[in-house]
Design a protein around this ligand. Structure first.
Ligand SMILES: [Zn+2]
Length: 254
């Protein structure tokens, strides 16, 4: 079955969300989307180019690293870029190593795990590189590029890194960052995209709301989307009727 076995086909046909739920443990617990419902569609997005303009601590980097490992398991080479070499070392120690420790099925497949910048997974490689180092950008071909903390890196470095995809049939790219300036970096890319955003339906009145668009944009404007319960906790509220949407607002340790 050579067609089924081709890496590109496999990683498109196997949804990442289900794979993560079935296989992954995170911080000692089984991976779940409860409380992070906004992530599910991002996990299962197989678009060739995905842009995530995000807040800190919402699970964006965990998605990007799981997508990278999943691609490596399909035999695809991944180049994961951070702005600096120091960021790479921090990321490797604080994110990748604990993830591997939590998931022996991954660490068993892996060699070179002592090297911060290179993980070999089966027949594929995960390269962790700093964009500000010219050594980091040269020499290795990739099938999937990830640009994490994009806004901290110079735009010219990204253009150079993109050349690494030239010889791939798969050619996928992920960019994620906290936005910094309008029309720069991640915001510029998001504006060029189809601009998906998480939208939920109020179970009480049927109103559709995109929480990110319902936040006040002017000082002094009332926050209608997050409301307090009598016990002091908060909930994501329908701006129309004030009812709970069944989703907890933000706040995860990733
Ligand atoms: Zn409502």
């Amino acid at each position: 079955m050579p067609e089924l076995a081709s890496p590109g086909r496999r990683s498109v046909s196997e949804p990442l969300a289900e794979w993560a739920v079935q296989n992954i443990r995170l911080e000692g617990r089984p991976f779940r989307f409860e409380g992070h419902e906004y992530l599910r569609a991002i996990y299962d997005d197989v678009s060739p180019h995905v842009v995530l303009s995000k807040a800190a601590q919402i699970g964006g980097t965990v998605w990007a690293i799981l997508r990278s490992l999943h691609a490596c398991l399909s035999g695809l080479n991944v180049l994961y870029y951070f702005p600096t070499r120091t960021d790479v070392i921090d990321f490797s120690k604080s994110r990748v190593t604990p993830l591997l420790n939590d998931n022996p099925f991954l660490s068993k497949l892996m060699t070179d795990t002592d090297t911060a910048g290179l993980k070999r997974i089966g027949d594929a490689h995960l390269y962790l590189r700093g964009m500000l180092s010219s050594v980091g950008l040269k020499s290795v071909p990739g099938d999937l590029l990830v640009f994490d903390e994009l806004d901290e890196a110079p735009p010219a470095a990204k253009a150079m890194a993109k050349e690494r995809l030239a010889h791939s049939d798969y050619r996928r790219m992920i960019e994620l960052s906290n936005p910094s300036l309008p029309d720069y970096g991640i915001d510029e890319q998001y504006e060029k995209s189809d601009q998906r955003h998480w939208t939920i339906r109020c179970p009480a009145c049927g109103q559709w709301t995109a929480p990110v668009k319902a936040f006040p944009t002017r000082l002094g404007e009332e926050v209608r989307i997050i409301r307090a319960r009598t016990d002091g906790s908060h909930y994501l509220a329908c701006p129309k009727c004030g009812g709970g949407t069944g989703c907890r607002p933000g706040g995860v340790g990733t």
